[in-house]
Design a protein around this ligand. Structure first.
Ligand code: DHK
Length: 145
């Protein structure tokens, strides 16, 4: 039997983790995040497909691909969280198709600038994990099982 597939998707500027505002986002690089996610997914009996993009349309395409593949989704939409109705609508396609989608954030956006307190994704997500650095991604995987 093949392990259930999970798309682990990260949005804009998250390729800069490790050097980008480490006091906010921590010192782990995206490679560190993807390695930890792959390890944890294996331990949980899941198969993680980890990707990052700075391009909104590519993220929308990947969310459609997740639906077509029957995969659940862990997504850190980065700044798109706060204003992208295109990403929000694509996330809604995932959850209305019966798959789970967990929104994750390394930082706790609720404790930061006002504009970060709005998530247009949260209302269509299955749930949200925020504020635990790299662990947010791992907790999201656990939530899926
Ligand atoms: C990542 C970003 O790039 C920000 O735009 C969000 C999120 C917060 C995070 O904490 O992972 O506001």
């Amino acid at each position: 039997m093949t392990a259930p597939l999970v798309f682990v998707l990260s949005g804009p500027n998250l390729d800069r983790l490790g050097t980008r505002e480490p006091e906010v986002y921590g010192s782990d690089t995206l490679d560190d995040v993807h390695s930890a996610v792959s390890r944890e997914a294996g331990a949980l009996g899941l198969l993680a497909d980890c990707r990052q993009t700075n391009h909104e349309g590519e993220m929308v395409d990947w969310l459609h691909e997740a639906v077509d593949a029957g995969a659940d989704v862990v997504i850190n939409p980065g700044a798109w969280t706060h204003y992208s109705y295109a990403v929000r609508d694509a996330c809604a396609i995932v959850t209305t198709s019966g798959r789970s989608l967990v929104e994750v954030h390394l930082s706790n956006p609720a404790s930061r600038e006002d504009f970060r307190r709005t998530s247009v994704v949260a209302p269509v997500a299955t749930g949200t994990v925020a504020g635990f650095g790299l662990q947010s991604y791992l907790l999201a995987l656990r939530a899926l099982i």
